[in-house]
Design a protein around this ligand. Sequence first.
Ligand SMILES: C[S@@+](CC[C@H](N)C(=O)[O-])C[C@H]1O[C@@H](n2cnc3c(N)ncnc32)[C@H](O)[C@@H]1O
Length: 314
Amino acid sequence: MPNKSHFNSGLKALNKQNKEGKKHSADIDNIDVQKTIHAFFIEDAVSILERIPDNSIQLILVDPPYNLDLATWDTFDNYLQWARQWLDQVYRVLSPSGNCVIFGGFQYQDLKKGDLLEILHYTRHNTDLRFTNLIIWYYKNGMSAHRFFANRHEEAVWLTKTKKYYFDLDSVRVQYSPEQKKAALRDKRLIPENINKGKNPTNVWEIGRLNGNSKERVGHPTQKPLEIIRRFVRSLSYEGSTVLDFFAGSGTTARVCIEENRHSIMVDSDKKTLDYFEEHIKNKGEKLFHKPYEQHVNMELERIFDLIKDANRK
Ligand SMILES: C[S@@+](CC[C@H](N)C(=O)[O-])C[C@H]1O[C@@H](n2cnc3c(N)ncnc32)[C@H](O)[C@@H]1O
């Protein structure tokens, strides 16, 4: 079956626009970020979400409980009834160029009801969010199995508020090997300039899971690798914009936001988040962050948005 994108009129129009050096209507002007602000709230996700202003967030990046009984926070009688309380706020708080990424998985054995499939079904039928991509996180390390094929992937859904969502593909392109590059340059359908920039990482991402002895580990039981979070932060938000993670866990998202010059709002009902985050900072080494940053805990939300505005002022 041919790849539909090769014949897609939208893609052709984009290529033409790029050649003519014209901006896409969803492009954002550069912001001069003096420092970044990182606010932590030890609180329930829904209670804080209800107080976040409309259109104020560029990227919501969440790794919610999976309903797999992995921890005390991971058990629900009615997962969807709980999830819809925060899903119903997502559209409102996102800016018009905003994106939302929700990690999760599918519960194959039907032991319990409530997983990413139900979340996606709910957003599709009950919200105005647009489903843009399903990203498959593929890894080689995992448990073996005898009565089914051993599982080697998890998923993340990418939803947008409008058609004018922000997406910076160039920031996450993957470099071609010399042989691949030669072959790509012979393919008349591809644009040489884009080949030099690197290739689209596609929606299947091979990134290793964190082993027990991984250097990245800070002690949280379900910590995500920095690389996967970085790809979303880079491509779906821009410097000086605000990223919200209301199931922050160890604060991996905030750590990446510091490195990538984004502001962040982190929420977790467990106060251990602050200790895990301290470990993240120790791992990186404070001096290695290239711009100054401020961390605030349980500060008034209004004050946080003022600080963000000030930090972005030229
Ligand atoms: C899957 S973990 C997130 C891990 C994170 N991605 C990381 O890299 O460290 C989910 C987190 O959600 C938190 N959580 C569960 N229910 C919550 C709620 N109602 N409000 C806020 N946080 C909650 C848990 O304490 C847990 O740390």
